[in-house]
Design a protein around this ligand. Structure first.
Ligand code: XMP
Length: 523
């Protein structure tokens, strides 16, 4: 089997918020790439066997004390190099040019005047009206320093009003630098520029696609697991589901997928998950531990305590069931690429701390080896793999759902009657959002049961009952979020239905707070 990873680009990260976007653009061009921290070391870089190197942007100035630098030997690999923003300044600095503070910071939209539309700028057409048939293209700038003197061998290939050297090239060594960010959407022709680098300058062929990834992974998983057994904690969420289906494709019945009902799942969720995965031929073990979880949650109001109880109980149940199923040596996890790069980022783990990991500690505790078939993928690539494997849209396009489930959406104590109320109300919210065709564009939409009662009137009678809040947010990654502008009509329908159909609720409110400062979940 051909190695789908043989055509590949390496991105060295110097701390830009856009580094992941560079990777996305390269992969969209069907060329495999990875991000290493700038200080990964020459040996690791060489071992990756890249056909080209991209130096990302970054917030530093090359003259800052503690600025991230690389050794010149990184440029002696005989492969093309593209420096973006800080990466370009670094290239200049290392190769003997001069970087200086610009008089004026250049931030935002700029018009790039391209000297010749070939090489890096092949196929860039002037979308702008210009008096003297100049080739102009809109780009996104974000820099304080500029190139004062290019290193020997380089010449300017584009400029802006403020930067005489907005892009430079040394075609002989195949070294390029751009002061702007081709990876962001605000540089409309940026994708073409990156593709020119990857295809024409580095000579990569577009071989990276989902079908070849599935084939490749199946082979790798078989090699790693051999004839041993693996277990997987299936939650019904996208990541663990795609990981399980992929591993199932590789080793079939050697994989036991364990689905634990923790008592705080949504309406009909346990049944749906079982149905779906049995239909897909998974060796599924369903464990109804709901009474154990609910017993332990009795009287608990503190959200962090709820999380701990649910996390620990999950580990306990999972461990017991995995042992009962026979001696597995491997644990399948749906770790994604953003988690991997976050944890190796040179900024250290403090940059983004995942406090939401519910199964942390499982592999060490159970002495299991990890199988993480999705650790090279971004979320939408995981969805594409799922589609490639013909998984139902219901699973692939699912909104995220937290491990502690409805327990952190019932403010205060989790009891049977309160769970019933929230489940019914939540099912109405989801049903109506889906009916309105908004389910996919909304990141998460759900109901929350508040710990207060309010007065209402139903018929001739005064009521004193529960309040349900509707939460709906749009987001890219859950780190920041905006409240979704759900149409009034739809809010009205949801409110009416909840009050009429869910016994025990006489008031519905809509949450109009963004994250930050509010969080997505109420607890
Ligand atoms: P917050 O509420 O922090 O949520 O804005 C961000 C994202 O994380 C999910 N979330 C959790 N997921 N265990 C999980 O597996 C948790 O304890 C947990 N708390 C929040 C939340 O649903 C949102 O997608």
């Amino acid at each position: 089997m051909s190695d789908i990873h043989s055509e590949r680009i390496l991105i060295l990260d110097f701390g830009s918020q856009y580094t992941q976007l560079i990777a996305r653009r390269v992969r969209e061009a069907k060329v495999y790439c990875e991000i290493f921290p700038f200080n990964a070391g020459l040996e690791k870089v060489k071992a990756f066997r890249p056909k080209g190197l991209i130096l990302s942007g970054g917030p530093s100035s090359v003259y800052d004390s503690g600025a991230p630098l690389i050794d010149k030997t990184h440029l002696d690999l005989g492969i093309p190099v593209l420096g973006i923003c800080y990466g370009m300044q670094l290239l200049t600095h290392i190769l003997g040019g001069l970087v200086a503070k610009s008089q004026k910071r250049e931030y935002g939209r700029a018009e790039l005047i391209i000297h010749k539309n070939d090489g890096l700028f092949f196929g860039i057409d002037s979308k702008l009206q210009t008096p003297n048939s100049e080739l102009r293209s809109v780009v996104w700038m974000s820099h304080g320093d500029r190139i004062e003197k290019m290193p020997e061998g380089f010449h300017a290939i584009a400029h802006t009003d403020n930067s005489p050297t907005a892009a430079m090239a040394d075609e002989k060594r195949r070294f390029y630098g751009v002061q702007f960010h081709p990876e962001v959407a605000h540089t409309p022709q940026g994708t073409q520029i990156l593709r020119n680098f990857v295809y024409t300058i580095c000579g990569c062929k577009p071989t990276w696609n989902m079908a070849s990834f599935v084939d490749y992974s199946v082979g790798e998983i078989r090699k790693a697991v051999g004839d041993k057994q693996a277990v997987c904690g299936l939650s019904g969420g996208v990541d663990s589901s795609v990981a399980a289906v992929l591993v199932n494709k590789a080793i079939g019945k050697q994989l036991i997928s364990i689905f634990v009902n923790n008592g705080v799942l949504r309406k009909d969720e346990a049944e749906k998950v079982q149905h779906t995965f049995k239909d897909m031929g998974l060796n599924l073990k369903y464990v109804d531990a709901s009474s154990l979880f609910l017993e332990r949650l009795k009287g608990v109001e503190d959200p962090e305590k709820k999380r701990k109880i649910i996390g620990n109980t999950f580990i306990e149940v999972f461990e017991r069931e995995a042992h009962a199923a026979g001696g597995a040596e491997f644990l399948v996890q749906g770790t994604l690429y953003p988690d991997v790069i976050e944890s190796v980022s040179f900024k250290g783990p403090s940059a983004i701390i995942k406090s939401h990991h519910n199964v942390g500690g499982l592999p060490e505790k159970m002495k299991l080896k990890l199988v993480e078939p999705l650790r090279e993928l971004f979320k939408d690539e995981v969805r594409a793999i799922g589609r490639e494997m013909k998984m139902p849209g219901d699973i692939i396009d699912r909104q995220p759902f937290p491990g502690p489930g409805l327990a952190i959406r019932i403010l205060g104590e989790v009891t049977g009657p309160r769970l019933r109320i929230l489940r019914e109300a939540d099912a109405i919210v989801i049903e109506e959002i889906k009916k309105a065709g908004l389910y996919k564009e909304i990141w998460q939409s759900f109901a929350v049961l508040l710990p207060i009662k309010t007065v209402g009137v139903m018929g001739d009678e005064r009521t004193y009952e529960n309040v349900v809040a509707i939460r709906a947010v749009t987001s890219q990654d859950g780190m920041t979020a905006d409240w979704a502008k759900v149409p009034y009509e739809l809010l009205g329908t949801m409110s009416n239905r909840i009050i009429n159909e869910v016994k025990g609720v006489n008031r519905v409110v809509f949450d109009i707070s963004s994250k930050p400062p509010s969080t997505i979940e109420w607890e």
